[in-house]
Design a protein around this ligand. Sequence first.
Ligand code: NAD
Length: 254
Amino acid sequence: MRLENRVAIVTGAGQGIGKAIALKLASEGASIVISDVNLETAQRVVDEIKSKGGKGLALKADVSKKEEVQKMVKDALEYFKAIHILINNAGIVKYAPITEMKEADWDAVLDVDLKGVFLCTQAVLPHMMAQKWGKIVNISSATGIGCLSEGQATYAAAKTGIIQFTKATALEAGPYGINVNCIAPGMIITDATYSRDSREVAEARIELRKKAAALRRVGYPEDIAKAALFLVSEDASFISAQVLAVNGGRMDRM
Ligand code: NAD
């Protein structure tokens, strides 16, 4: 058990990549706060963790709203008495060409994907600094490094912002024994992969990404969960301010 006596908050952990990370950290002994805007899915993940003998707490919070984030962190601290690990995973996408992009969609993506990372980091950092130990992993994207499809400008801007925010946070938090890193996943198949577009469009997107990857495959949530576990474990104790690209060898995203 690599994470015994550790408490982790995973945002957007009700499904997809966040859920896989939460289950992985729980399997290594961490107590997990499953934070999501959807309390029902969050509770289901907690039930799964508990059914395997782990500890979990579901908390509803929209990461783009400061009061909700502050309350989520306060409730987490009251329940588990400490926060050692933060995984900033919650994110949304809204695809549109720049000429057609609605201002409200730009704001929504930046608010959740980038401001959400800032608000959650700001809320947990004082506690990590006081205990002189912490691990923060921000989930960016291959689209934060390079663009392969049109219509992703908002998402690309937010995910690139996360990379620089990771570095800035690492600099300020490093003297307190806090590692701050970032994962840039390539295409990861989740339930949401097929819900955003028609099956035809989704499959065309998958084929494009398979061809672009040296390993000629797309990824699965478990691929990202394993990378996140590595970054929050002692095996990565001298790693900070880095972007770990987990994308099957996408040389268009370096
Ligand atoms: P997903 O849509 O399956 O899950 C996202 C989760 O975040 C959901 O549970 C949702 O309820 C929650 N969420 C949405 N808005 C929220 C908010 N305002 N506050 C709190 N929770 C909120 O997505 P996913 O594919 O699992 O992606 C997870 C992360 O990984 C995202 O940051 C995404 O940008 C990133 N990512 C995904 C892929 C991919 O191919 N799936 C690739 C690169 C990066």
